[in-house]
Design a protein around this ligand. Structure first.
Ligand SMILES: NC(=O)c1ccc[n+]([C@@H]2O[C@H](COP(=O)([O-])OP(=O)(O)OC[C@H]3O[C@@H](n4cnc5c(N)ncnc54)[C@H](OP(=O)(O)O)[C@@H]3O)[C@@H](O)[C@H]2O)c1
Length: 186
């Protein structure tokens, strides 16, 4: 195991990581880190239709959209040298435009919808190189972000995610899946 520091708000930090990993094959890139701006339990007032923290929105777009894109861009040689050439962008049910029946969470929702567009574009452009690029919704999970009333204990959510990720093949390229491997509508 190797652990490296990375600040996804800082493009130089992402580039520096790619430099440090130069020449190392990577099988799976899981873009998991993400930002809501606090916990679901108590931070939604920062991104509602009548109260918006625009600095937070910018920060969220950097971490949730631009950084995952930059990581794929900068680590592409590593992934090309890997076996699975698999990129998983951790999205959210809240990024589904079709499923948005509630409004709210404008910064986070728009970032995950944008991340889904990044997934779709990369899945098209990198397919000829043998890549598989998907978006995943991990379910409402009891993390710092998800809060205490979330549906899934972390262990169960992660165990399900791992099963899905283990079974992903090139046939799944361009999909948006949940933690049970079912399609999530875009
Ligand atoms: N929990 C849910 O219900 C839920 C639902 C749908 C989707 N998701 C998605 O699942 C993923 C994981 O979320 P989570 O629930 O585990 O959230 P979390 O408990 O808030 O953890 C977020 C992780 O992202 C890292 N991170 C945030 N900003 C960063 C930055 N600028 N640079 C590097 N790392 C940064 C944090 O690192 P530090 O601890 O060092 O700050 C932390 O490890 C996210 O993409 C989230 O949007 C979660």
């Amino acid at each position: 195991m190797r652990i490296e520091a990375l600040d996804l708000e800082d493009r130089a930090s992402v580039s520096a990581l790619a430099q440090r990993l130069s020449g190392m094959a990577i099988d799976v890139l899981l873009n998991n880190a993400g930002l809501y701006g606090g916990s679901w339990d108590n931070a939604s007032h920062r991104q509602s239709h009548d109260s918006m923290d625009y600095d937070l929105w910018e920060q969220i777009m950097r971490v949730n959209v631009m950084a995952p894109f930059q990581l794929v861009h900068e680590l592409r040689p590593n992934l090309e040298a890997g076996q699975r050439k698999l990129v998983i962008n951790m999205s959210s049910d809240l990024g589904s435009i079709a499923n948005n029946a509630q409004g709210q969470s404008y910064a986070y929702r728009s970032s995950k919808a944008a991340l889904n567009m990044v997934t779709k574009g990369l899945s098209v452009e990198l397919a000829p190189l043998g890549f598989t690029v998907i978006s995943m919704a991990p379910g409402w999970t009891q993390t710092d972000l998800g809060g205490t009333s979330a549906q899934w204990p972390v262990e169960e959510s992660v165990a399900n995610q791992r099963k899905v990720i283990a079974g992903i093949t090139t046939q799944d390229n361009g999909r948006f899946v949940d933690l049970l491997g079912r399609n999530v509508p875009w």
